[in-house]
Design a protein around this ligand. Structure first.
Ligand SMILES: [Zn+2]
Ligand SMILES: [Zn+2]
Length: 286
């Protein structure tokens, strides 16, 4: 079976362990055909925008803007070094912030020619008082600003819908689709939240985006991949393409539980996974 990991980080983002090369050599050991290097794009681009990023520890979340060229050049060198052993694909995981697309594009446009794909993510919410990363346990106290967990889900899907429908936000793959469950925080009104998820999926289909099956959730308190089985079933019904990502922040997490995931998505009916090269999507059989 062919395995490809489309979501990996490395020490350049300051909260992952290991060099880019460490992730590549691990992927070679696992006999993956492809590894996507998809580190976080600098939040620093927001510094000149209207978003108060000083409220979040943004230097701990990503490389700085002046390291972007270094990141891309390291990957180009490693691509050549390992060309007979593994395919490298180049990406960024980019956080979406409404109405800040022009600030992002100003900084990312120079790199677009190097990129094979872009992961689009939502890691932050606004709450009542300030911007916070809802998937960072240091900010769990911010959850108290919400009357219920459902309101976190509603704000999250609202922001995800804004991302998916944003004409200026250029990306290919929706990351960790139901991330608010990370700390084992399930929706209370399940029907309400699943309906929001389905409405969001319909927009994904309309834009013909891909959704990653992210095995990072299996290592978190929720002990479940993102998105849930129920959502993946809806995705299959809608004909939304998928690919696998480990969201590795340690080389040992590369390809995490991929065999299990392929079994799971095959049972639902999927028989192919998306592949990206120079922003073009093709498919591999599973
Ligand atoms: Zn990360
Ligand atoms: Zn992420």
């Amino acid at each position: 079976m062919i395995f490809e990991d489309w979501h990996t980080h490395n020490k350049m983002c300051h909260h992952a362990v290991g060099s880019i090369e460490d992730y590549i050599t691990k992927a070679i050991k696992l006999k993956l055909r492809t590894i996507g290097i998809s580190d976080h794009f600098p939040y620093e681009y927001l510094k000149n925008s209207s978003i108060l990023i000083e409220e979040v520890p943004y230097q701990e979340y990503a490389m700085s803007l002046n390291e972007v060229d270094l990141y891309l050049s390291i990957i180009e060198k490693l691509k050549d070094k390992y060309k007979n052993r593994i395919q490298l694909r180049v990406a960024f995981e980019v956080d979406y912030f409404k109405s800040q697309e022009s600030f992002l594009n100003l900084k990312i446009n120079n790199s677009l020619n190097n990129l094979d794909y872009i992961l689009g993510s939502v890691h932050t919410l606004h709450g009542k008082s300030k911007l916070f990363a809802f998937d960072d346990r240091r900010f769990l106290s911010m959850y108290k600003e919400y009357d219920s967990i459902d309101n976190i889900y509603l704000e999250y899907y609202h922001k995800l819908k804004d991302m998916i429908t944003s004409e200026e936000f250029d990306f290919d793959v929706v990351s960790h689709f139901d991330l608010p469950k990370k700390y084992n925080k399930r929706a209370i009104d399940k029907e309400l939240i699943i309906n929001e998820a389905i409405k969001t999926l319909e927009l994904v289909k309309k834009r013909d985006l891909t959704i990653e099956i992210n095995t990072g959730g299996l290592r978190k308190k929720i002990k479940e991949q993102y998105p849930s089985l129920e959502i993946i079933e809806e995705m299959y019904e809608l004909g939304i393409p998928i690919l696998l990502g480990s969201d590795a922040h340690h080389p040992n997490e590369v390809g995490y539980k991929f065999k299990k995931m392929v079994k799971l998505v095959s049972r639902i009916g999927y028989n192919k996974l998306a592949h990206f090269y120079k922003r073009k999507r093709t498919f591999i059989e599973i």
